[in-house]
Design a protein around this ligand. Structure first.
Ligand code: SF4
Length: 451
């Protein structure tokens, strides 16, 4: 299988045969000058900065430092010195999925979740009641946001209307199976959103890929889907499932997922019904620097049209225990230099997105803090539980208390600020307080999330 997969995705020399390569007609010096002057960068400019010059295959450390310094200055001019974070919970509904993305270990083939299957599948599905209980506990602890991203369980549908249409359909290509066939019924997407919407807590859920799953087999517009979800309690949309928004890369790492155009259409629809959203990139696998900057270009265009993207989140690929690593297609993720340049060029290229996130889950604490001097200004969230990264081999823990945030940010001389999901509410956290906990959530009173 390893050889078959490799030969399907790689050329004879083991390199991907792509039509988009990191080659430009720009020079590094010109691109740097444009960045320094705050001019809008082209894709070629971005590639020159990301590679520290395409004339050499190696990263030039002096040039890298120049890019990081300019990005850090741009961060300071755009959002100042404050570092934000949100008190949040991850509540993923199910690990059942049969999409087969090559970078993902957060899945257990959905057939194993059927009632007739014997043996432990090692995953989970939550009913809406179970989700409600998990969220209720976290709301009482003081969270502001629940973030929910799940596998594409064949029994999950948008609502009863959607279920009726899929039950009546004789198509076999819809990735649908009646929830009655499974050991646990996940309910519908709308029921899950409604259940998680405890006391008005902010519900951040329904990626473009999930929205596609929630309209499969119908001719509904994405706006119809997002409007129904919004009415059920959805507050904002995670722009994940983006990976790399260049189809020749998606064809390799996630051929079962929607293409770039569909992803953009779904996000645009979410914006059209008034939902704020985030955007991400997952880099450091089989793509090259041209793909990374083309991805940034798609995001910047989307933001020019919508203005609804509140933050951009670069996610460094965690390769351990993924099919890409198991099949020998990748041996590592991005290097630290590449990570720093990705943050910096995101800041410089995305001149219309205010907030760039440093993910401590992906980078670890020390490097995560360093990213706050490379162009990032947001340090993610508390994450009361975080299955996705753990199951893909991440090793940086699952929870950050407010006290830890204060200690870490004080160490680099930056003010800690609790934020709402949409960044509209901000509150400086006083590290000297004897009750260092969240205060923005519906039940938050300054008590630590975990005693
Ligand atoms: S990335 Fe999402 S859609 Fe792809 S296999 Fe993993 S859970 Fe399924």
């Amino acid at each position: 299988m390893s050889d078959a997969f490799r030969s399907a995705v790689a050329g004879p020399a083991g390199r991907m045969e792509y039509s988009h390569l990191p080659q430009t007609t720009q020079s590094f010096e010109n691109a740097l000058e444009k960045a320094r002057n705050g001019e809008r960068l082209t894709v070629d400019d971005g590639v020159e900065l990301l590679t520290t010059g395409t004339g050499s295959a190696e990263i030039d450390y002096e040039r890298k430092e120049k890019v990081l310094r300019i990005a850090d200055r741009r961060r300071a001019e755009t959002v100042g010195e404050e570092v934000t974070f949100v008190a949040n919970l991850n509540n993923n509904v199910t690990t059942a999925c049969n999409t087969g993305c090559q970078f993902c270990n957060f899945k257990n083939t959905a057939e194993k979740f059927e009632s007739t299957h014997t043996g432990d599948h090692g995953g989970f599905t939550k009913t809406p009641d179970e989700s409600r209980e998990t969220v209720r506990d976290a709301v009482e602890r003081g969270i502001y946001e629940v973030c929910s991203v799940s596998g594409l369980h064949p029994g999950l549908v948008l609502d009863d209307d959607h279920a009726e249409r899929l039950e009546a359909s004789d198509r076999s290509d819809l990735n649908y199976r009646s929830p009655a066939a499974y050991d646990v019924d996940p309910g519908t997407y709308c029921e899950q959103i409604e259940a998680m919407s405890v006391d008005g807590v902010h519900v951040h859920s329904m990626t473009p890929e999930e929205a596609y799953h929630a309209r499969r087999g119908t001719d509904w517009e994405y706006e119809t889907v997002y409007r129904r979800l919004r009415d059920a309690g959805l507050d904002s949309v995670p722009g994940t499932a983006a990976e790399i928004l260049v189809d020749e890369v998606r064809d390799v790492i996630c051929p079962g997922k929607i293409g770039t155009d569909e992803w953009v259409a779904s996000m645009e629809a979410a914006a059209n019904v008034g939902l704020p959203m985030t955007a991400t990139i997952m880099y450091g696998h089989v793509e090259n620097e041209m793909h990374r900057v083309q991805h940034l270009d798609v995001i910047r265009d989307l933001q020019d049209r919508t203005g609804n993207i509140t933050e951009f989140v670069p996610l460094s690929f965690v390769h351990e225990q993924t099919p890409l690593a198991e099949h020998g297609v990748v041996e590592s993720g991005a290097s630290t230099d590449e990570d720093e340049l990705m943050i910096a060029v995101s800041r410089l290229f995305l001149d219309n997105i205010e907030n760039i996130q440093s993910s401590w889950v992906k980078y670890g604490d020390a490097q995560g803090l360093k990213m706050l001097n490379c162009g990032a200004n947001d340090f993610m969230g508390t994450i009361l539980s975080e299955e996705i990264t753990k199951r893909a081999g991440g090793s940086y823990g699952e929870f950050r208390s407010f006290e830890e945030y204060c200690d870490m940010l004080s160490a680099i001389g930056r003010p800690p600020v609790e934020r709402s999901s949409d960044y509209e509410q901000r509150r400086r956290v006083d590290p000297e307080s004897d009750r260092i906990g969240p205060r923005l959530g519906p039940r938050a009173d300054g008590t630590p999330l975990v005693e």
